[in-house]
Design a protein around this ligand. Structure first.
Ligand code: PGA
Length: 225
């Protein structure tokens, strides 16, 4: 407690986040660690299924998902919007079109994340409500690899806008598709019954009181709103 009063909190903050949120979570950690230089960070990144498995093991302080499992043992904080947008190469003909419809979009080859990915899950859920047939798709296990494949005109894709905001979008265009974006949200998730460490509590307070609004300002600056 004495160390705490002096602002010298020490210990490890353990986070496990889905691959798509790795773009913005570090932007929360930067200012937090500057304020608490003795805090170590353990930052695990995986796809949705891998992070769900870790959540059930329960060894981390916080988990970040856009589609957390519904289970009364978990507490969630709705943190930030996570729109999923369609992208093509910037020189692709669809990049100059307005009001593209899904049939037109899916006439292109769709580059999809792997089974177990939350992005893929959101697209599959969305497609259940739309009467369109995918012409073909290709599975690629990483957002960066998908972005590069799209840049080199292998096809189009639907990804979280966060992969573009902090991850950069040179060589890519966000397509103006009538039915998109798919609106999802980011959630912080933690175990109700697990006592939080002082570090975890301090981080959570930071996220709620300043972290989230600073991140929103930064996203706005990057042209993401
Ligand atoms: P993903 O997760 O990186 O597994 O696609 C994103 C999400 O949970 O929406």
């Amino acid at each position: 407690k004495l160390a705490d009063l002096r602002g010298m909190k020490a210990g490890t903050l353990k986070l496990a986040v889905v691959t798509t949120s790795k773009y913005f979570i570090p932007h929360l950690l930067g200012p937090f660690c500057k304020r608490h230089p003795n805090v170590d960070i353990q930052f695990k990144v995986g796809n949705r299924q891998q992070i769900i498995d870790r959540l059930y093991e329960g060894s981390d302080d916080f988990y970040v998902f856009s589609h957390p499992p519904a289970d009364s043992r978990f507490e969630t904080l709705d943190f930030l919007p996570n729109p999923l947008v369609a992208i093509s190469a910037s020189k692709h003909r669809l990049s100059r079109k307005k009001n593209i419809n899904l049939t037109e979009l899916f006439a292109e080859k769709l580059l999809m994340r792997e089974a177990g990915s939350g992005t893929r899950y959101a697209i599959e859920e969305f497609l259940k409500g739309e009467k369109v047939q995918l012409r073909s798709n290709m599975t690629i296990e990483s957002n960066e690899a998908i972005k590069h494949a799209v840049m080199s005109e292998l096809g189009v894709s639907i990804l979280s806008a966060h992969t573009l905001a902090f991850g950069g979008k040179s060589g890519l265009a966000v397509l103006n598709v009538k039915q998109l974006p798919i609106e999802t949200n980011w959630y912080f998730v933690w175990l109700k019954d697990k006592p939080q460490s002082l570090i975890a509590e301090t981080f959570f307070n930071y996220v709620e009181s300043e972290g989230r609004s600073n991140l929103l300002i930064e996203l706005k600056r990057l042209g993401f709103s």
